[in-house]
Design a binder for this molecule. Structure first.
Ligand code: WTA
Length: 650
């Protein structure tokens, strides 16, 4: 749905939902004055929140703000693995489940905090043995298996910076990220199981490490002989064999500065290659820990299931660092949602008594399409809170989620945030905020956000504009890895000291925020962020291609689907083979997640007289809409030709 269509739907939405009294009564946050308190003194508020972490050495200053560079909890010392694992081993949670893992075949593994701690220690010993030291980068390319969070926490324990690369990215994409971070070590597995199939991760990893700084590939035996992996004696080390040789003694935590990087995670921007978003130890952990207690109302007895892959920021923050820093139980599932049947998620909720369930609107729309009978096969009475993230949720999907999954009793937290933000930014507090289907409601306490018009003034209620964050927050990105200028230009280039999100939003008469979508050429496919420019450069690297323009057109399930418009070089002829080659090129350079829905060959692309491609117009064509103003087009006849080509391709 285009931003305008979405706005029109939202403007008609007038349903409201109060937090149920019983929820309110037990909520961690149920005093509305928290908003005012935090707004009047954000630094004081965040200082209070930082107290929920364990510090080896207290900080001397809450915030040192040299726009756009922030230092939070200056001079404070802490360790993320200590906060997420070891401190819970020391108390009554020692034998509590930290991670409940479910494999696609129905097998499960439960790690208590104590068991998780022992695994993390062993993995940390392995990293040390392989020469990884504080500040070194470790690339992690793993499916949703327990070794993924274990590897991340082991890095955190010794102060190495992890960079997790989503397992559906291609060898080329992995290679780009390894090259950019100059990682010393790569952790991968022989393969991954998904919807009954085996994915060849190790093959990709082998291609990706060629001519890079990687000295060792640490390989987890996840599949076994069926994976049929090649073994490179010079580079590969078997995780299981090395693990057996490791001492059983705990390893000391590296005392990290609050501002030391915890991880780098790549995300797509408007132009160029993906950006390595840098998150730090003290601020990031404070942010995620605060959000699980406030927005997710996490308590000791909760079972939290965030369905996102840990390869994305949502998984980093809400499968690993958020729930574990608060001593919660986190559920992890390796496989597909329809395997073996379409009720797999609800089966897992019932099996483990999940209490807080967090997923993406695209999944909800898929479940809706499959039908509520799959939900109704299971007893979901353990659920008490639901969340969504990743893209705007349409009110219809919100209502379905509320009715069928939440049994009309669970508040829904629609959480808006980004890789760069580290933790949820705009979202209800479930024990306080009245929700409206489709609105992420209000900035969380301590977050000072607003919507600006084109001139940089806050819009009045009833208007829309650009979503900005006006003051620094602890879990904000600190820079773009290796490119601070890009950090400044991308996020703080518009207004001094004010973060530009790249999203457009509407503010209603009650001051509620309704996110409409991106304002730039970032495409959101099933909640996954892809840059049009990355796709375009993958396409034009094909010999036959002259030019390419990629857009996201609205899609009922995925939110957006990818359409590529391609012009060919003089001598080239469009054909089915060429179509397939271009698709293969994209899959090869980025990954399956970037596979376009349509590739349309056209004689020319619509451009302005200053040679800018008019993507908005292409989107109108792909969505079958009346094409708006074409007066700035250099050659208006292009439009008719494109419409014809699009109709033929459909
Ligand atoms: C979009 C995911 C509407 C938005 C955590 C943002 C949302 C981008 C929401 C970030 C939401 C995320 N409502 N839109 N609740 N949450 N988005 O970096 O466009 O993968 O800029 O982070 O997703 O995607 P990212």
């Amino acid at each position: 749905m285009s931003n305008t269509d979405r706005l029109n739907t939202l403007l008609e939405e007038d349903r409201t939902f109060e937090p149920p009294e019983s929820f309110k009564a037990q909520a961690n946050f149920n005093d509305p004055s928290v908003y005012e308190r935090a707004a009047n003194d954000p630094e004081g508020y965040w200082a209070e929140q930082a107290e929920y972490l364990s510090w080896f050495k207290p900080y001397s200053e809450v915030l040192n703000w040299n726009p756009p560079h922030a230092e939070w909890f200056v001079d404070g010392k802490l360790n993320a693995a200590y906060n997420c694992v070891d401190r819970h081993r020391e108390g009554p949670n020692k034998n509590k489940a930290a991670i409940i893992w479910e494999g696609e075949q129905g097998n499960s593994q439960i790690f208590t905090y104590d068991m998780l701690g022992r695994e993390v220690d062993k993995a940390a010993h392995m990293l040390k043995q392989l020469g990884v030291n504080k500040g070194d980068r470790v690339a992690i390319y793993l499916p949703m298996i327990p070794e993924l969070p274990i590897s991340m926490l082991a890095c955190a324990k010794i102060g190495a910076i992890h960079s997790v690369v989503f397992a559906a990215y291609s060898a080329k994409a992995l290679n780009d990220r390894i090259t950019d971070t100059e990682a010393k070590l790569l952790i991968t597995s022989d393969g991954s199981r998904r919807s009954g199939k085996i994915l060849p991760l190790k093959d990709n990893a082998d291609k990706a490490v060629k001519d890079t700084t990687v000295e060792t590939t640490l390989v987890i035996n996840n599949i076994g002989p069926d994976a049929n992996t090649a073994w490179n004696k010079a580079l590969d080390v078997d995780w299981g064999t090395l693990k057996q040789k490791m001492p059983t003694t705990p390893l000391e935590h590296e005392e990290m500065d609050a501002e030391d990087p915890l991880f780098i995670l790549y995300t797509s921007g408007t132009t160029g290659k993906p950006k390595g978003i840098v998150h730090t130890t003290g601020g990031y952990l404070t942010g995620v820990n605060h959000s699980v207690r406030s927005i997710f109302d996490l308590k000791d007895e909760d079972v939290f299931w965030c369905t996102a892959d840990i390869g994305w920021v949502t998984g980093h923050s809400y499968s690993v660092y958020g729930p574990l820093s608060a001593g919660g139980t986190s559920v992890m599932y390796e496989g597909g949602p329809a395997y073996p049947e379409r009720d797999r998620f609800w089966d897992i909720v019932e099996k483990y008594g999940v209490t807080i369930f967090y997923t993406a609107p695209t999944s909800i729309r898929t479940f809706m399409k499959w039908g509520h009978e799959y939900v109704e096969k299971h007893d979901l009475s353990s659920l008490r809170l639901l969340g969504t993230v990743g893209e705007p949720i349409n009110p219809e999907a919100w209502m379905w989620y509320h009715k069928y999954v939440g049994g009309e009793k669970c508040p829904i937290v629609d959480t808006w945030w980004q890789t760069e933000n580290g933790s949820a930014m705009i979202a209800p507090l479930p024990g306080i905020t009245t929700t409206k289907p489709g609105s992420a409601t209000k900035p969380a306490p301590g977050i000072i956000a607003d919507i600006f018009d084109g001139e940089g003034n806050p819009v009045e209620p009833g208007n829309g504009g650009y979503l900005v964050i006006k003051q620094p927050w602890p879990s904000m990105l600190r820079t773009v890895w290796g490119d601070d200028q890009r950090f400044k230009d991308s996020y703080f280039g518009d207004y001094d000291g004010i973060y530009t999100s790249g999203d457009v939003a509407h503010k209603d008469k009650d001051g509620y925020i309704w996110i409409l979508g991106r304002d730039d050429d970032v495409i959101n496919v099933s909640g996954h962020r892809l840059g049009a420019s990355e796709l375009e450069s993958a396409i034009v690297s094909h010999d036959a291609v002259a030019e390419a323009a990629v857009i996201g057109r609205s899609d009922d399930i995925k939110g957006e689907a990818i359409t590529a418009f391609v012009t060919l070089k003089e001598r080239a002829q469009s054909s089915d083979e060429l179509h397939d080659e271009i698709v293969a090129q994209i899959v090869d350079q980025i990954g399956k997640i970037a596979r376009p829905d349509e590739v349309i060959f056209t004689a020319s692309l619509p451009k302005t007289s200053s040679a800018k491609i008019m993507r908005r117009l292409l989107r109108d064509i792909a969505e079958g809409k009346a094409v708006g103003d074409t007066s700035t087009l250099e050659d208006p006849s292009v439009v008719e030709d494109l419409k014809e080509k699009y109709a033929e391709a459909e």
